[in-house]
Design a protein around this ligand. Structure first.
Ligand code: ADP
Ligand code: MG
Length: 256
């Protein structure tokens, strides 16, 4: 077999930004990721939907190497994700992640939450990190909260801080795992709006969500997962109006 072409450097982007090739993952007897093949292009927004337990979170966690894989390969920007070591820390910095629970450092101010990563991992100086953090906080509309502690903010505000914090690492791709499912309904829109903005700015995004409005507004592609498999992929329009498999029809019947 001839080797796959590799990008020659950061100035000559080629190939998909994220690529999973025959990725498998078990938890004991449970086969949670079954031969996953997925390519995400630069600037592409992919929404992942599917029933609870289908492996969506595991997929995200594998891409960020919060979870190891049994076999197959994951590449970020042409580089194979290593199992551990310095290379991993560096590559992981290219992948921003926002979880369902906001996971902010409770005893640090909002500003510190955002400056910490760039200073510790990227060696950014305090003043530069602060400037970057303030511009990101203002992009997600919470710049006035910079001096507060996370608990003083609403859930929607905290989740927007979590987005700013991930962006502060200047990732190449952003993963969102059900970012609005822990929020009160009135706060969902403000978080989705920040994500739509990010998508429009050209960020590459993989978003696990059942928010169809977001999918229709921002997704280039919807992926439907069930039982650890990618069962369908299509444009949001195609998928929501004309799902192909019974599993997808059944699922959409339950959530729409
Ligand atoms: P989803 O995000 O689609 O709801 P998950 O990726 O969280 O699905 O989980 C897929 C399956 O793997 C579920 O059956 C879940 O119970 C199981 N699972 C997830 N994490 C672990 C773990 N750390 N150990 C054992 N089983 C797990
Ligand atoms: Mg999940």
């Amino acid at each position: 077999m001839t080797p796959e072409p590799q990008p020659t450097g950061p100035s000559t982007p080629a190939g998909p930004l994220v690529r999973l090739k025959n990725v498998n993952k078990h938890f004991g007897e449970l086969h949670v990721l079954r031969d996953i093949n997925l390519e995400v292009s630069r600037g592409e927004v992919v929404v992942v939907i599917g029933p609870s337990g289908s492996g969506k979170s595991t997929l995200c966690r594998a891409i960020n190497r919060l979870e190891t894989i049994d076999d197959g390969e994951i590449t970020i920007d042409g580089k194979v994700l290593p199992a551990e070591g310095q290379g991993l820390a560096k590559l992981r910095a290219d992948v921003g992640m926002v979880f369902q629970s906001f996971n902010l450092f409770a005893h640090k101010s909002i500003l510190e939450n955002v400056t910490l990563g760039p200073m510790k991992v990227k060696g950014m100086k305090g003043a530069a990190a602060k400037e970057l953090a303030m511009s990101l906080l203002s992009r997600v509309g919470v710049e006035n909260q910079a001096q507060k502690l996370p608990a003083q903010l609403s859930g929607g505000q905290q989740q927007r801080v979590a987005i700013a914090r991930a962006l502060a690492m200047q990732p190449k791709v952003m993963l969102f795992d059900e970012p609005t499912s822990a929020l009160d309904p009135e706060m969902i829109t403000e978080v989705l709006d920040a994500m739509v903005l990010l998508a429009k700015e050209g960020m590459t995004m993989i978003v696990v969500t059942h928010e169809m409005g977001f999918a229709r507004k921002a997704a280039d592609r919807v992926i439907f997962m069930a039982d650890g498999e990618i069962m369908e992929q299509a444009t949001p329009e195609e998928f929501f109006t004309n799902p192909q498999t019974d599993r997808a029809k059944d699922f959409l019947g339950k959530i729409l």
